[in-house]
Design a protein around this ligand. Structure first.
Ligand code: DX5
Ligand code: ZN
Length: 218
């Protein structure tokens, strides 16, 4: 098995000290950036100007998770700015293939995210057009919620398709990941684990990243 990837979510970081908070997780594979618009989800976080500043402040690849309406309009600028991944929600667009194409054309990897109650079946063909599948294991909008284990069926289904060569993408999970829940997600076949409160709520965030990676590799 490949080394598990860990993507700390800055949603649980101190927004007044984002450069330091990025430095605090130097061993992380990606830095997960939750963009919320107060429409697609009932919360508002940050947007393109903050992402542009973060790109200047850290070498860790940015994994931008857009919890926004109209990603066809708003997603490509994150790719142009230099984000490594730009992930949008399946529920937010009628044309995910076009959104993914535009993100890729603008220079980033494209990701498709599904909320806990969104089935994977209608999107299987579309998954051929993306680089990452982000399975939400909480309702998007807030950090610190409890992990929903039933979403692991989608992880298992995606893992099977990747292992059989039908799909080529990174399986990522987001929400409620900590040292207690990460093992079951790893067993189900997750490649990359987003963790907000479990990393930035720890006294030593870098040690928390290493601890999560160790636990996932068990
Ligand atoms: C929730 C966000 C998550 C959040 C995860 O909508 O997409 O990335 O930061 O936080 P934890 O790890 O605390 O559940
Ligand atoms: Zn997220």
């Amino acid at each position: 098995m490949a080394t598990p990837m860990i993507a700390p979510s800055i949603l649980s970081a101190d927004f007044a000290r984002l450069a330091d908070e990025a430095d605090a997780v130097a061993g992380a594979d990606w830095l997960h950036v939750d963009v919320m618009d107060a429409h697609f989800v009932p919360n508002l976080t940050l947007g393109l100007p903050v992402v542009e500043s973060l790109l200047q402040a850290t070498d860790i690849p940015l994994d931008c998770h857009l919890m926004i309406e109209d990603p066809g309009r708003w997603a490509p600028p994150y790719a142009e700015a230099g984000a490594h991944n730009v992930t949008f929600h399946a529920e937010a667009t009628d044309d995910p293939v076009a959104v993914a194409r535009d993100i890729r054309a603008a220079g980033a990897k494209a990701g498709l995210s599904v909320k806990p109650n969104t089935p994977l079946e209608p999107y299987l063909e579309i998954l051929r057009s993306v680089d990452t599948l982000l399975v939400m294991s909480v309702e998007p909008g807030f950090g610190g919620q409890s992990f929903i284990p039933s979403v692991l069926d989608k992880v298992r289904a995606a893992r099977k398709l990747v292992d059989s060569g039908e799909l080529s993408l990174i399986v990522e999970i987001d929400g409620g990941i900590n040292v207690d829940t990460i093992e079951q997600a790893a067993e189900a076949g997750v490649d990359c684990f987003v963790a907000g409160s479990a990393v930035y709520g720890a006294t030593d965030p870098a040690a928390a990243v290493a601890g999560l990676r160790r636990q996932a590799a068990k």
